[in-house]
Design a protein around this ligand. Sequence first.
Ligand code: HEM
Length: 294
Amino acid sequence: MHTAQAGIFALGTSSHVYLEFDLVDEKQCRDLAAAAAAIREPRTTTGGVNFVIGFRPELWQKIVPEQAPTGIEGFNKDIEGVEGFVMPATQYDALVWMSGSAYDVVFDMARTMIRDLAGKATLKEETSSWAYRHDRDLTGFVDGSENPTLLDAPADALLPDGVPGAAGSVLLLQKWKHRTAEWETLPVAKQELVMGRTKTESIELENKPADSHVARTDQDKFGNIFRRNMPYGNVDNHGTVFVGFSSEQQRLTKMLESMAGLVDGTRDALTRYTQPLTGAYYFVPSVESLRELR
Ligand code: HEM
């Protein structure tokens, strides 16, 4: 029996940071994994920080081949959709996602982490994110309504027991910049057609358009995933960090292809108001696999 990294399911935190690293030297991949695995969260009862640690799938395969799932690949090339729409590939070697109740604890831990990895890994991308109006993304819509419950989510997000990489998960991390001015010129009824749900109550539209976001990512078609999206950015320049976990990489890749119009030629209407800036897959191993690296 393996155990998943607890941070995947630690809902309700309002401050987050995503740190993406590249190895200084490929041969140091085990050192990097050991340093990341040795991170010690503050163990106070009221002020802790959650961690999720992930690795470029090919790198994890190299570090511990016996505990690596087969067939999982990094986001190694851009997805070229219809009408010139592109989802860029910005794959790095490792990810540390920290979350907590306030930004100061996350900030301090992130600085410690970067210092501990000095000489082994270089910070390539840092994004801070924060909760907006409890559970809304910066389009103003509730984000996560169709997420599985915490009782069902492990079955959707984690590799099952008995397979290499058990209790690990495939994470897609993508930073999407919103075209807020264009989005806000749309009347709410039009925004609802783009999303496929109502804005205030988050009720799925009965006759949702084929290009609506929820039609393009329909979990009845592609399989369930577990999302932990968060708003990021400043007043002038902001968007959504898409954070999606799945037991099968294919569910995520197919959803991206569907959004880009590569499944049946229909592009997700939401991609006309949001633009992906980054894209990476990380394998998030079980706690047992991480512990063995210390
Ligand atoms: C700018 C980026 C994105 C924003 C703002 C966004 C926002 C939303 C919102 C508001 C909903 C409706 C409520 C809900 O069920 O959560 C939704 C549904 C969903 N989104 Fe996204 N999303 C984004 C990107 C993505 C990406 C990249 C994927 C997949 C790789 C994805 C997968 C899904 C799924 C699976 C659903 C539920 C579909 C269903 O009803 O079965 N989203 N999203």
